[in-house]
Design a protein around this ligand. Structure first.
Ligand SMILES: NC(=O)c1ccc[n+]([C@@H]2O[C@H](COP(=O)([O-])OP(=O)(O)OC[C@H]3O[C@@H](n4cnc5c(N)ncnc54)[C@H](OP(=O)(O)O)[C@@H]3O)[C@@H](O)[C@H]2O)c1
Length: 294
């Protein structure tokens, strides 16, 4: 199959490219230099050159504080950009996998969100991504809208820069005697390699629709940090932060746990428990570090 991955040099995009290539597909990886999704002409030109059978759109303007400060760009990339991609994919007869986010929810629920739950974003980023979902669902009937959450991978997130949560914790543990981490935000941390395999599997089906794709179970960021230190044998004093100790400039959902109800109902769920996901990430990380010392 011929696949085009938008945001192909991003944190998730690189793993999506690798997952499709591992299955022997022909993959065009498009970076921001190759395509500007907010421009209909750019999208048309880039995708018409490739004529893919599947388009995976991981590209987004997703730095939450920057989106809040610049709603026009947020909607132009995450809303109109998603529409441009969906339209051209539809014209080319291509399936579309569109990556979305848990930030479409307000986080007021205390049980995992299913696909049927009403979205009510708290910020510009969430609203702009929700508008993108709506465009995709109305413009290209052959769509898979895949909501992911708290993602981390071996490639850095370009928008956030620097280190993912696991790497940040391990780095800080070498620099400090004590670490304080929030214990009132709940997530299902999900390795991008697992999402990539799920996207590749989903794209082979005709089971179009809206999907949640996160690991099983949930934890607070404090509990996730504790698991990272336990599994790596890292000695550090880890404390729960006081409520409000690290105030966010822009409101974010406190409870971001998603249930992969649609994947499970179609026997398509490939995602493991978050702890198993962390173990596999740490094993891959150790392997890479070993190779780089050879
Ligand atoms: N990271 C998270 O914690 C998280 C959580 C939930 C959902 N998501 C969603 O997951 C997806 C992938 O995130 P990620 O962590 O892989 O992000 P990332 O590393 O920042 O990658 C995003 C990619 O999109 C490209 N891009 C940005 N604006 C573009 C535009 N206007 N036109 C074309 N390409 C553009 C970026 O290129 P440049 O960097 O060169 O601009 C980059 O290659 C996004 O849809 C995001 O909304 C992320």
């Amino acid at each position: 199959m011929k696949i085009a991955v938008l945001g192909g040099n991003g944190q998730l995009g690189q793993d999506v490219v690798a997952a499709f290539r591992a299955e022997g597909n022909e993959v065009a990886s498009l970076s921001h230099q190759d395509i500007e999704i907010s421009s209909a002409d750019s999208v048309k030109q880039a995708l018409e050159n490739i004529r893919p059978e599947v388009v995976v759109n991981t590209a987004a303007f997703h730095h939450v504080d920057k989106c809040e400060a610049d709603p026009a760009t947020a909607f132009s990339v995450n809303g109109i950009g998603a529409r441009n991609v969906a339209q051209v994919a539809d014209q080319l007869g291509a399936k579309l996998v569109h990556i979305s986010t848990d930030y479409v929810f307000d986080g007021m629920k205390r049980t995992p969100y299913v696909e049927q739950d009403s979205a009510l974003p708290l910020n510009v980023y969430g609203n702009s991504k929700l508008s993108g979902e709506c465009f995709v669902r109305t413009v290209n009937p052959r769509h898979f809208v895949v909501r992911v959450s708290a993602i981390y991978g071996t490639n850095p997130c370009r928008a956030k820069g620097g280190l993912n949560f696991v790497e940040l914790m391990l780095k800080l543990s070498k620099e400090r005697e004590e670490l304080r981490v929030v214990d009132d935000e709940f997530v299902s941390p999900t390795p991008t390699a697992q999402i990539a395999r799920q996207v590749a599997a989903l794209s082979k089906t005709e089971d179009y629709g809206l999907y949640h794709a996160t690991t099983e179970g949930s934890c607070s960021w404090y509990e996730f940090a504790a698991a990272i230190f336990e599994l790596t044998g890292t000695k550090i004093r880890l404390e729960r932060a006081r409520p409000g100790e690290f105030p966010a400039k822009v409101p974010r959902p406190k409870y971001s746990v998603l249930e992969n109800a649609a994947l499970k109902s179609r026997s398509l769920n490939l995602l493991t428990h978050w702890r198993e996901g962390l173990e596999s990430y740490l094993a891959a990380r150790a392997q890479t570090r070993m190779m780089s010392h050879v």
